[in-house]
Design a binder for this molecule. Sequence first.
Ligand code: ATP
Ligand code: MG
Length: 474
Amino acid sequence: MAARRITRRWLFNSFGVIIVILVALIGAFSIGIRGYYYNLVWQAGNSRLSTLSTYIGSLSKRLSPMEYQTELRNLVANFEDKDKMELMALNGKGQIAITSSGFESEETVEFPDFAQALLDESGTARFQGDLNGENVCAITQTLTQPSDEITALRVVISMSRVDRQIISSILVISLVGLLVIGAVLFSSLYFINSIIAPLDEVGETAKEIAQGNFSAKLEKKNDDEIGDLVEVINHMAEELASTEQMKNDFISSVSHELRTPLTAIKGWGETLSDPAGMDPQMLQKGMRVIVNETQRLSSMVEELLDFSRIQSGRLSLSMARIDLVAELSEAVLMFTERAKRENIRLFYDEPELFFPVTGDKNRLRQGFVNIIDNALKYSDSGDTVTVSIQKQGNFAVIGIADTGIGIRPEDLPKVKEKFYKANSTRRGSGIGLAVADEIITCHGGTLSLDSTLGKGTTVTIQIPLCPKNAVAEE
Ligand code: ATP
Ligand code: MG
């Protein structure tokens, strides 16, 4: 559809203008060439008449009236250019006395140019028009010395040949015009087609993509604007495919994560619904599981909410000057009990220095919690987690190292991506690191991972310190 509309627009706009210009040019050419040829004819007639007049003027001086009359008749009868034009001798009434064609008409023809020539100061007048069905140009000139019988000379030039010449010139130029139009039409249609065909393809593929076929690909044929569009569409399809993949990952990982605590809660809920005769220890254990799993669910929902805020750019940070050590210490403290329970040694040497940063303390703490949680989660009984913080230049550098299961080298670059889980043996929705990374980035810092499979992982965080105070404290 688009294609036809573009062609129609082009036909009306560009091609229409070209045709109008060509028609105007051909029209101007026709008028010009007619003027040119007619002018040549007038000039030829004039010059012939003026030569004759000069000659006749000299005759009148040296000949007697009778001889003059005879000579004039001879001159007309034997006119040497008769093949090109007709010479007439007109009497005082404007009738033909003798003509070079030898044809003497009985009819009295009135020549409008004769009457005009009589009135004209120079004794000359022109006529152009139809004479006995033929287009002619005629010039009449009165003689300065009229004889009894002859008052004026008139040359008549038939315009048939000239008109034919003009028409054939116009035909040739029109043909050239048609050829130009044909060439423009052909090349433009070819050009338009080269735009329309790929555009149609783009439209079709975009439709397919809209219907959910993200594997639809366009082939980039030329390195032009359409090529760029093709690249953009392909890129869009890739992005949509990865979003789709992300959505699927999200659904599967979240539903899996939700199912486990919900199953536990449901199971214990059912068991505890009839507490009569139940062992109090059992009851306590059941209640603990329900509380813990509910807690897990609510923190998961919190994490998801944060994640959605980050995704939509709505993560609001309430920035203030805070002590980074305080937040890190608090995060570590939250895990001491769990570390003990899981038999993981958690080392943290709290520095006495003040690490001032401009940041959102809750978010930063949450970031640390996510990373320490990983360190514990991906470690086994007997492993060690070491948390450290130190100053390096204007940065606070925090290290969270574990001797846990480590990450495969091929997974390492991807673990910061949302919903990416390098290990499915442990529970998790795959967004903890993505959230932490986003929080640290929002504080102008960086988060990097270093890991050896089977040996352990070190997460290093760099956060810029408040410059002035950082110097003052040191
Ligand atoms: P969530 O934190 O959202 O509950 P998660 O821990 O699986 O889930 P992330 O914290 O984003 O997700 O971590 C992504 C993946 O990186 C993990 O699934 C895990 O495979 C790997 N990973 C992260 N930290 C460690 C670590 N300290 N040791 C080994 N693997 C890790
Ligand atoms: Mg995690």
